[in-house]
Design a protein around this ligand. Structure first.
Ligand code: MOS
Length: 695
């Protein structure tokens, strides 16, 4: 166990700082993955399955190979074998619509695409299921969640509900959703033979160069040291670029067939709906038992998730209810229905985003049932210790967020009666919801600090900047840890050559990387003092948090939303949103504001627009582009206010930061639904909320 002995004094941390790479991005000189390809790199275009389940019975690359400019066509019959079967051209089996069946390599993108259309494929179809039915006989209990146990029961919730003075029981539904970063997933792969064996160099749009390296080394039977993964600039991730998906595997596999030559593959927007993950649909049953004063006596939250037969990812939706409110008795469970569709994955606030829709709508419904203000109901159920672990909180300022938000939003003037404010043909209403997100720390990020000329320092850590502002944040943290101005920090990230590192994910990047940088600075200063020689160097790996088993650590927030619903058309607008957060020390107010605004905007988007519609007949997403998959645009966003409270938490990490990448989205959809009820008297328990609900 190690911990920084020098107190971390924030000088650069807490100061608004533009992204250091901003000018390069604006000028177009910041190179994203496909822009790193050599001019003679080959273009890859895939052939994909048109059925949800079945087998390839014949595949003929002949007509494609005959096209001028085609260099190779790979199928499961001729592709190199992988050390493990990642479902990429390793067998004739088809497990999802859109699965890769072949890959064409050609000298131009147009040729690759045309050739792919010429590969003739015969398949036999097998029976399949694609759409979530919670009563499916195939439903199963997963072994565990990424955040802990699958099920968790305290006390006797059945009895507690049966004797409760007031019981609220409802079912909430959230849809399948797809991340759509502006930069699609993309890979450039090159196999080299340098005499002493194979070397694999991969540029990849990834949230974690080390994780990508690990996945590739395993699949291709290489030592990790024989794989370089580089990712300098990433145009958004949101979880979909956290795992290594078949697109990256396919590109590397195809490049194996043309050693010495780069292969590049950027997904089309439509392909973004096939193979790189999504947020699975959920059905969530919530029951709340309370006394007449609004004290919760029982909470049950049972989630059934859409899943995949070809791989497991469980959206831990019910886990949201494990730590929010005090109650003697509590049960949270997760079940999965395996389907013949692609594998779901992390998507901004996995678990909390859909889980808070159910949990925070249920609290609103209970408040109405009891005739208690929904802010007050939450305050009355504030726990003394973490209900999940029994540990004290390192800091918990949910009540302060609710109170401050209520004040700033003008909540005191609110008439609780629904459907009473008709203004110029629009029903107006307001709603509130709470948010939380844990403060995890990923182990194993290595930070290296080296003294350079003129009192400057090179700071190396294989962090990923997916647009969240890791460069700006880590520059500030390194400067304060070394007690020098930020101008003297030369930060290098995004390359496995810099050592292992955790992901930009789990709202844990700044915590995990920052703790390593502070530790390395500590060692550096212990060893060389504040006047080192050029070349002096020290490194460190993310230390364990010495307080991890003593305190529960979460960020909190409160959302206040105004909704207007047109009395005749049911059209729904959100003229005003306010988010108040307590998330530890804020490293960079400039990018932090963007993070919160981005999360809230996405929450609005999930509330009103986003839904991937599966066609059960073929197992594909029907609305598979940005014309059919609606996301909130500027015209959908009204006044959007963000505020954060000063919070001094000495336990989370040396910097006192909690992570802000995900909490902004948590609770937003519930606040919108609660406001829509207040406006119209119509309770919507299924996302997205569309105008037909009000007609
Ligand atoms: Mo985030 S969904 O942890 O990349």
């Amino acid at each position: 166990m190690t911990t920084a002995s020098r107190p971390f004094v924030p000088r650069e941390v807490g100061t608004a700082r533009p992204r250091p790479e901003g000018p390069e991005k604006v000028r177009g000189t910041a190179h994203y993955t496909v822009e790193t390809a050599d001019t003679d790199a080959l273009y890859l275009f895939p052939v994909q399955a048109g059925v949800a389940r079945g087998r390839v019975t014949a595949i003929d690359p002949g007509p494609a190979e005959a096209l001028d400019g085609v260099v190779a066509v790979l199928t499961h019959e001729n592709a190199p074998r992988l050390a493990q079967d990642d479902g990429v051209l390793q067998s004739a089996a088809i497990g999802q619509h859109g699965q890769y069946l072949a890959a064409v390599l050609a000298t131009s993108s147009e040729t690759a695409r045309e050739a792919a259309s010429l590969v003739s494929v015969s398949v036999v179809e097998e029976p399949h299921a694609a759409v979530l039915d919670e009563d499916s006989p195939d439903v199963y209990t997963p072994d565990a969640l990424v955040v802990g146990a699958t099920d968790d029961t305290r006390g006797d919730p059945g009895t507690a509900l049966s004797v409760a003075e007031v019981v609220l029981r409802q079912t909430y539904r959230t849809p399948m959703e797809h991340h759509q970063p502006l930069e699609p997933h993309a890979t450039v792969a090159l196999w080299k033979n340098e005499g002493d064996g194979d070397r694999l160099v991969v540029h990849d749009a990834t949230q974690a160069v080390s994780w990508t390296r690990q996945a590739l080394a395993q699949a291709f039977g290489l030592e990790e040291s024989a794989v370089d993964v580089i990712s300098q600039h990433v145009g958004g991730g949101f979880g979909s670029k956290g795992g290594t998906h078949p697109n990256t595997m396919l590109t590397v596999l195809a490049a194996r067939a043309v050693p010495g030559r780069s292969v590049r593959y950027a997904l089309t927007r439509q392909q973004m709906f096939d193979l790189v993950g999504y947020r699975p649909a959920t059905v969530q049953h919530v029951a709340l038992g309370a006394d007449r004063d609004g004290r919760l006596t029982a909470i049950t939250h049972d989630a059934v998730d859409q899943g995949s037969r070809i791989g497991e990812f469980v959206e831990p939706a019910a886990a949201f209810s494990r730590g929010m409110y005090a109650a003697e008795a509590r049960r949270t469970t997760h079940r999965v229905v395996p389907l013949d569709i692609g594998v779901p994955t992390f998507m901004r606030a996995p678990g909390e985003a859909p889980g808070s829709f159910a949990g925070e709508c249920a609290m609103d419904e209970l408040a109405i049932e009891l005739g208690i203000d929904p802010v007050e109901l939450r305050v009355r159920n504030e726990p003394d210790v973490d209900p999940e672990t029994g540990l004290p909180f390192s800091s918990r300022n949910l009540v302060a967020c609710l109170r401050r938000g209520a004040e700033r939003f003008g909540w005191a003037d609110r008439d609780p009666a629904p459907r009473t404010r008709l203004v110029d043909g629009w029903w107006h209403g307001t709603g509130v919801a709470a948010a939380s997100f844990p403060v995890p720390r990923f182990p194993g990020s290595q930070a290296t600090i080296r003294a350079a000329v003129s009192g400057s320092y090179v700071v190396e850590i294989a962090a990923s900047d997916i647009g969240q502002g890791a460069r700006a944040a880590l520059t500030a943290i390194a400067a304060d840890a070394l007690d020098v101005p930020a101008e003297r920090i030369d930060l290098r990230i995004g390359d496995t050559a810099l050592g292992p590192a955790g992901p930009a994910g789990g709202s844990a990047g700044t915590t995990s990387w920052g703790a390593a940088v502070v530790e390395a600075a500590e060692r550096f200063r212990d060893k060389y003092g504040d006047d080192p020689d050029v070349g002096d160097e020290a490194d460190a790996t993310t230390p364990d948090n010495p307080w991890a088993s003593d305190y529960a650590m979460h960020a909190y927030g409160a959302h206040f939303v105004e909704v207007a619903v047109h009395a005749d058309t049911g059209e729904i607008r959100v003229p005003r949103m306010l988010g108040v957060f307590a998330a530890g020390r804020i490293v960079n107010p400039l990018t932090a504001r963007s993070q919160f605004i981005g999360g809230m905007t996405w929450g609005l988007s999930a509330a009103l627009h986003e839904e991937s519609v599966l066609d059960d007949r073929f197992g594909h997403v029907v609305n598979r582009d940005l014309a059919g998959y609606h996301v909130a645009t500027n015209a959908d966003v009204g006044t959007l206010d963000v505020e954060w409270l000063d919070e001094d938490d000495p336990y989370v990490n040396p910097m006192g930061t909690k992570g802000i990448g995900e909490i902004g989205i948590v609770g937003v959809a519930a606040a919108v639904a609660n406001a829509a009820y207040h406006a119209t008297g119509v309770r919507v328990r299924s996302l997205p909320i569309t105008l037909d609900a009000f007609l």
